[in-house]
Ligand binder design. Structure first.
Ligand SMILES: [Zn+2]
Ligand SMILES: [Zn+2]
Length: 308
């Protein structure tokens, strides 16, 4: 079952997959960014500085910030050319090797003759990275834009920095349009923290892995063994022929979303388990689960696909 990782051996590790430092336009140096995330209770982060010429195409080296309790995955935010609205492409690549060949992206503005974003994403994936279409709402990305990135593993469905700074933090509309077209994409919540504003410690992933190492975490990310959260915890999801059962930290709402307009919702108070009928979702090739606590904080499963 695609949700069996919840109860499999191993631990959930809390991480932020989209972060900036003074190696690009962030306010804090890499060591201080890592120190703050570890102090806040995170198990790992990926520093993903802007991979453009004006910052010398950084793949920021955070290996010195690793210790017994905390690790880092190398990565970068990739840029190239223009989307349909003329704005620069942004893609996050987590697990990018240090020798990755830069695209022609001299600064944070699109230039003529740039590598197509789909090609850049494919190169990053082929090089071993977990590739993410980031902040589609903030970017003003169209579905046509998003559809071209066939190498993406996931869409950034919640970007805390964008939510805090301009109320454009969501990516669920883009995600669900692509799911409805049959694209198997996962979702992540991140901070996209720059530490110039209260843009940090707001959205994260919980990755199930046997050990807190970059290799184990990266494999789990690529295989979808994680969920995303702004606070609540998902402990287990069990899918039977007729129902979906969810175990979680106390929440007031449990929702199953499916193809098109299909949803099922359970309201309650401080629920730590819930059973929702699948009958309205029997024609849906995919479902995903959202839980919402009393403070309005959410957690989201990845989409779960059914063989038909
Ligand atoms: Zn960006
Ligand atoms: Zn960013």
């Amino acid at each position: 079952m695609p949700t069996s990782f919840f109860t499999a051996t191993g631990k959930f590790h809390r991480g932020n997959l989209h972060t900036h430092s003074t190696q690009s336009d962030g306010a804090l140096d890499p060591e201080e960014v890592c120190r703050r995330y570890q102090a806040e209770g995170y198990d790992f982060i990926a520093l993903t500085d802007h991979f453009v010429g004006q910052f010398n195409y950084p793949i920021t080296d955070t290996t010195a910030c690793r210790n017994e309790e905390f690790t880092t995955i190398l990565g970068a935010e990739l840029h190239t050319g223009a989307m349909e609205n003329g704005n620069l492409w942004h893609l996050v690549a987590v697990g990018l090797p240090t020798g990755f060949t830069p695209p022609h992206a001299p600064y944070l503005k699109p230039v003529e003759g740039a590598e197509p974003a789909a090609d850049l994403a494919q190169r990053a994936r082929d090089a071993g990275a977990f590739v993410v279409i980031v902040h589609p709402h903030w970017s003003g990305m169209t579905e046509t834009d998003a559809r071209t990135i066939t190498a993406a593993h996931a869409i950034e469905a919640y970007t805390h920095g964008c939510a805090i700074d301009n109320d454009r933090g969501e990516g669920f509309v883009t995600l669900e349009h692509l799911l409805n077209e049959g694209r198997h994409l996962n979702l992540i919540a991140t901070d996209d923290a720059h530490f110039n504003t209260p843009d940090h410690f707001g959205g994260w992933v919980m990755v199930k892995a046997l050990e807190n190492t970059p290799e184990a975490l990266l494999s789990a990310l690529k295989e979808g063994r994680f969920y995303s959260s702004l606070g609540p915890e998902i402990h287990d999801i069990r899918i039977t022929k007729r129902a979906v059962e969810v175990d979680c930290s106390p929440v007031d709402t449990i929702i199953i979303q499916g193809q098109g307009s299909a949803t099922v919702t359970l309201h309650g108070e401080e629920m730590t388990t819930g059973r929702l009928s699948r009958h309205r979702l029997t024609n849906s090739p995919w479902i995903r689960i959202t839980i919402i606590d009393r403070a309005g904080k959410r957690a989201w499963s990845n989409p779960i696909w059914f063989d038909r």
